[in-house]
Write a protein that binds this ligand. Structure first.
Ligand code: OAD
Length: 263
């Protein structure tokens, strides 16, 4: 029996082509905003949607800075579970394709809401960590900060070696400010981009969700790839492609290569 040939529905093929044309026409002035959806294939659960982390842990109870200060031992129960998964995770096809877009000169920067470092592990060079990083721990008492060692065998919760207070991962909790250098760099990149690719984010958390709006206001276009519609769909996004990011980005990459004559 012959092999089955599966074709994408025509509308989807057209959407991939449109996205590729916009990216190539932007001559490298493309910025990508990513969210938890890009790391799901690496085994890290997203925050919202089915099997989202916030289904099991109430974000107000676990990701709010005042609650962390009041009861860090309890919040560390959730953090330890999450960080051990992050520690073992490796980049997936989506991280690799985005790194390849940068390598080929089509992508200028990734603004990521993720704290897992997987874009960098895939080879991405310019990554703006909008919500901080889980690589470092900070002390809220004495401001000391240092790289996190493996949590797998560590005593929990980790304590500051200077003042013995309980440490916090250097990630942005609800009620905390976005790190100023990241906010400034992301804002400038978004305003200068001719195309903003928005991948794997529910676009519910601000100010990250405003980055595509900045691109749009400055005259750029917005392409969204996500499993489900978001508040950007049909409003801010010029093109919304619903489906897994890994497949969508690989298809778009192949078409970009054909258009640019590399493939
Ligand atoms: P969310 O969990 O809110 O959204 C992830 C989105 O990715 C959902 O809309 C999914 O449908 C989509 N998705 C899942 N798998 C996908 C796949 N394979 N391909 C494409 N899309 C996929 O995550 P974020 O938008 O990143 O903040 O959440 C934003 C912030 O909320 C996080 O950075 C975190 C959280 O509170 C802080 O920790 C400050």
């Amino acid at each position: 029996m012959g092999k089955e040939i599966k074709r994408y529905p025509e509308a989807l093929t057209r959407a991939f082509t449109q996205a590729a044309e916009m990216i190539v026409a932007a001559s490298g002035r493309v910025v990508c905003l990513t969210g938890a959806g890009v790391s799901v294939d690496s085994g890290i659960p997203a925050f919202r949607g089915s099997q989202g982390l916030w289904d099991r842990y109430d974000p107000l109870e676990y990701a709010e800075i005042d609650n962390f200060r009041r009861n860090p031992e309890k919040v560390w129960g959730m953090l330890a579970e999450m960080l051990i998964v992050v520690e073992r995770a490796v980049p997936n096809q989506t991280h690799k394709t985005l790194a390849e877009f940068e390598e080929k000169g089509w992508l200028q920067a990734v603004i990521t809401q993720n704290v897992d470092g997987l874009h960098q592990a895939a080879g991405a060079r310019r990554v703006i960590e909008f919500h901080g990083t889980s690589r470092n721990l900070v002390c809220l008492e004495c401001d000391w900060s240092w790289p996190r060692f493996s949590l797998v065998d560590s005593r929990m919760p980790p304590r500051c070696r200077r003042c013995n207070a309980i440490l916090k991962p250097d990630v942005v909790f609800f009620g905390e400010q976005i790190p100023r250098p990241a906010l400034l760099e992301a804002t400038a990149a978004a305003e200068q981009a001719r195309v903003m690719l928005v991948v794997g984010t529910s676009a519910n958390v601000h100010p990250a969700a405003e980055m595509p709006v900045l691109t749009k206001k400055a005259g750029g276009r917005v392409i969204e790839i996500n499993l489900e519609p978001t508040p950007l769909s049909g409003r801010v996004a010029d093109l919304t492609i619903l489906g897994p990011a890994a497949i969508g980005l690989s298809e778009i990459m192949q078409i970009c290569e054909r258009i640019a004559g590399h493939g």
